[in-house]
Design a protein around this ligand. Structure first.
Ligand code: IFM
Length: 443
């Protein structure tokens, strides 16, 4: 582990941690909450590695005060959480379920009472099942439904929110949820999942307008990025790299920043109606960047249905998810975003950065996680290097505050600064919690 002092970050830099509703809240039927696509998916046999569900998760719904105390002890200036759409609109449409909003009202006040800025994501994949039943993100009408929901949330919380994030990782929701079927809603449409991209982006743009109409800003989106590392040097490898880059890194950013869709993806033009691209390009105040690792790419074999092939990135340490640990990838990504989008790029906040390791308590009950400390140390230095190179980065959020329910991996992957014993719900700060607290500089 490194003992080099961490370089200083600019004054006012936002230090935070992130979570999402379905991964931590539990209380799946409390106070009128409707079912989400993740309830349905997790309860379907064979979908989740350990057969678990998010029914209880970290029971954060009932333990939020304890968790906010952990945030306060960590010294962070911001907490990124998500709002469960099925708590607010149990059937995905109609008036707000005030009992569901009451929970977020209490959470926001608890955060502010501890000097922690609330940062809320409106959609972190837990779509009301009732909306999936009428087509979900494949149906254009959902964009308007999302804006209506954003308006209801802003009406209740907009006076106190410090940053809105419309969507979390729309690329992952499209590709894993609708392309490959390994996330909810479990559709396997491959490239026929593109309407999900357009409708998410349209929903984002309409929600930005709804939030602004309520006078509630600033507004961001959190995209997942994975810079390409070419595994070969042929023209075919380079073309494959460009194709993957367009899909993962540009599809959800070019149109947001006014460039339209990458032509090489060949989106069905019938999807895109007059004015849609203007709605999508509504100015945002911050670009949220979620980064975990780069992707190795090489040319696909003859006859492959894909224009690229994923190549293993050897020679790097790996997390428990088997993801390569490449801090430089974050620095390169941030510089690439700046070089690619120039003045159109708003300030960036790294809205997720973190790693899974198999941490557990030792005989004394301590949870020592030196690998996570090394991971975060490397990624923070990478952010600092990007700032030195002139990229405007104004915040960094660790994924995640707590060990939690990691989607199709269930409880088998631990990302937290705080260990959770899922049988007792006991929280134990890991050594990375103390380490991160020492990096945090309060404004
Ligand atoms: O847990 C997820 C989170 O919900 C979205 N970004 C990636 C994390 C780790 O897989």
């Amino acid at each position: 582990m490194t003992h080099r002092p961490m370089p200083e970050f600019p004054a006012g830099f936002r230090w935070g941690v992130s979570t999402s509703a379905y991964q931590i809240e539990g209380a799946a039927t409390a106070d009128g909450r409707g079912a989400s696509i993740w309830d349905t998916f997790a309860h379907s046999p064979g979908r989740i590695a350990d057969g678990s569900t998010g029914d209880e998760a970290c029971d954060h719904y009932h333990r939020y005060a304890e968790d906010v105390a952990l945030l306060a002890g960590l010294g962070v200036s911001a907490y990124r959480f998500s709002i469960a759409w099925p708590r607010v609109q149990p059937s995905g449409r109609g008036p707000a379920n005030q009992a569901g909003l009451d929970f977020y009202d209490r959470l926001v006040d608890e955060l502010l009472g501890h000097g922690v800025d609330p940062v809320a994501t409106l959609f972190h994949w837990d779509l009301p099942q009732a909306l999936e039943d009428t087509g979900g993100w494949l149906d254009r009408d959902i964009a308007a439904r999302f804006a209506e929901y954003a308006d209801l949330v802003a009406a209740r919380l907009g006076d106190r929110m410090k940053l809105w994030i419309t969507l979390n990782e729309p690329f992952i929701h499209m590709s894993l949820g609708h392309g490959m079927g390994v996330h909810a809603p479990g559709r396997m449409l491959l490239f026929d999942a593109f309407p999900v991209a357009h409708h998410q982006l349209l929903g984002h743009g309409l929600a930005v307008s709804a939030l602004r109409a309520r006078g509630s800003t600033p507004v961001a989106i959190a995209n997942n990025y994975s810079p390409v590392r070419l595994a070969g040097e042929t023209d075919a490898d380079r073309a494959a790299g460009a194709a993957y880059d367009a899909l993962h890194n540009r599809l959800f950013t070019d149109p947001l920043l006014g460039l339209g869709y990458p032509e090489e993806l060949g989106l069905d033009q019938a999807l895109i109606r007059d004015g849609d691209l203007d709605v999508i390009a509504a100015p945002i105040d911050v670009l949220g960047v979620n980064y975990y690792n780069p992707t190795g790419i090489r040319a696909a074999e003859e006859g492959s249905p894909l224009p690229f092939e994923i190549a293993p990135l050897d020679d790097y340490p790996r997390t428990a998810f088997d993801w390569p640990v490449v801090p430089d990838g974050l620095r390169d990504l941030l510089r690439q975003l700046r070089d690619r989008y120039g003045d159109a790029l708003p300030p960036i906040q790294v809205t997720e950065s973190g790693c899974a390791y198999d941490d557990g308590p030792d005989a004394d009950g301590r949870v020592d996680d030196p690998d996570r400390i090394a991971y975060l140390d490397g990624h923070l230095r990478a952010v600092r290097e990007a700032i030195d190179a002139g990229v405007h980065v104004t915040g960094y959020f660790v994924w995640s505050l707590l060990d939690n329910w990691e989607w199709a991996e269930g409880f088998t992957k631990r990302f937290g600064l705080v260990h959770v014993d899922f049988a007792t719900q006991r929280r134990t700060p890991k050594s990375s919690y103390a380490w991160f607290r020492d990096q945090v500089v309060r404004p």
